[in-house]
Design a binder for this molecule. Structure first.
Ligand code: PMP
Length: 426
């Protein structure tokens, strides 16, 4: 296909008329499609239906004769921590299980840091001008936590193997910089996985703040889409080897393993950080929902059971990614109207459109019945300097809806690119 930039103005005009007609025809179908949130589909949730009757009437004694119905067990059941140890890449005794949302744990951890400080410094973060580095494109809810809690954000571009580490290393020379958001595997939304080199540099870099923390949100650890299962290094071990044993806070959950509305969330870190975390948690709860922890153990059994379950998830999800990517390729390939990566896991496809067209694409799509995540959502403060990045979430809609949405998105992307190139204001 000819790139738009190489077309003369007459060809561009006739291409515009053709794509505009395609757009009007798509709009006339009166569809209602939603590609906004990375939620599991009902079929994915059905995979965990057997959990709804677990642990079962009479099955409430956990290891060591612990009565899971009762208060207590602030750090979670040992068998649950063991079950998820490989997924989280932390020893079971350095894992805390609590709540059903890892975002709640991230939020709580930052609130505690702001009010009480973290190990390696007694000063509460709120005494300074706490600042986080935010790899972009990134997860809008990470950025929302920072905005909500008054933490300044500095965007850092992603490179294909994690954030631009030269820039990160420069920025952490400022003692106000207290943290960095990282989604190290199948990142939200670019799908990229951090390289060993990136992880090593994060673990070893010299930070002006002694209490700097990596928020290692390993939300997609077992969420593979292909046979090429990505691996990431053991960040706790890398930090310890580099002489920064307390640097990483790991977060994870079973939201997209079992049931997001009734999952388990995890915090893992160095023994000192775990002690600090539990000291704070003590004031918030007398103990987590241990029946749910037992339910997960009875259902998934062990790491092999978890992997087999995730394979079933992949069988439902992968065809939707495939359909989306095939349609993007068929309609946009070679036009120069957009670029995208083929993710090997996770929940998203990032579409990088022609600079200055993302907002236009979202509004064209809306008019045609397709809800897209707002342009800018993948940047701190919702501001994409280049107005080009769109996050597509194909898991929730049915396969036929994903196909229809992909077609519509491709048409909108092409139309916006042609308008921009031809100087047509739609
Ligand atoms: N972190 C990332 C990177 C995510 O993409 C998501 C879900 N979209 C979450 C956290 C939310 O996790 P939870 O349900 O455990 O709060």
């Amino acid at each position: 296909m000819t790139t738009l930039t190489s077309m003369d103005s007459e060809t561009l005009r006739s291409r515009h008329d053709a794509v505009r007609a395609e757009y009007e025809a798509f709009k006339a179908r009166g569809l209602k499609l939603d590609m906004t949130r990375g939620k599991p589909s009902p079929e994915q949730l059905d995979l965990s239906n057997a959990m709804l009757t677990l642990p079962g009437n009479g099955d409430y004694f956990a290891e060591g004769n612990v009565d899971a119905r009762n208060y207590g067990g602030l750090n979670g059941l040992p068998e649950t921590r063991r079950l998820f140890s490989q997924m989280i890449q932390a020893p079971a005794d350095q894992i805390v299980v609590g709540d059903n949302s890892s975002l709640a744990l991230m939020h709580g951890t930052i609130v505690s840091a702001l009010l009480k400080g973290v190990p390696d410094s007694n000063a509460p973060w709120s005494e300074g001008a706490p600042t986080f580095l935010c790899p972009v494109p990134g997860y809008d809810r990470h950025f929302a936590i920072c905005e909500e809690l008054g933490i300044r954000m500095i965007p850092v571009p992603m490179t294909g193997e994690g954030p631009d580490m030269d820039m990160v290393e420069r920025l952490v020379e400022d003692h106000a910089v207290k943290g960095i958001w990282c989604v190290p595997k199948y990142s939200n939304p670019s799908g990229e996985t951090y390289s060993l080199e990136t992880s090593r540099r994060l673990a070893a870099m010299k930070t002006a703040a002694p209490d700097f923390r990596i928020f290692w949100d390993n939300a997609y650890s077992v969420h593979h889409l292909t046979k090429d299962h990505h691996t990431i290094p053991d960040i706790l071990a890398l930090c310890a080897e580099a002489g920064n044993p307390n640097r990483a806070f790991i977060f994870a959950s079973t939201s997209k393993v079992t049931l997001p509305g009734a999952g388990l969330a995890f915090f893992a870190s160095s023994p000192e950080n775990v002690r600090w975390y539990l000291e704070r948690a003590f004031f918030r709860t007398i103990g987590p929902d241990k029946l749910n922890q037992l339910r997960h153990v009875r259902f998934l059994k062990d790491h092999a059971g978890l992997e087999a379950h995730m394979e079933k998830q992949a069988q439902i999800v992968a065809p939707k990614f495939e359909a989306l990517l095939q349609i993007l390729e068929a309609k946009l390939g070679g036009t120069g109207a957009a670029e995208w990566l083929r993710p090997a896991g996770g929940y998203f496809v990032t579409l990088n459109a022609v600079e200055g067209t993302a907002k236009r694409i979202v509004s064209l799509a809306k008019e045609a019945g397709i809800a897209l995540t707002p342009a800018g959502a993948t940047s701190p403060y919702g501001q994409d300097q280049h107005d080009r990045t769109l996050r597509l979430a194909p898991t929730f809609p049915s396969l036929s809806d994903v196909k229809a949405a992909a077609e519509g998105i491709a048409i909108c992307t092409l139309l916006a690119a042609i308008e921009k190139q031809a100087g047509i204001h739609g």
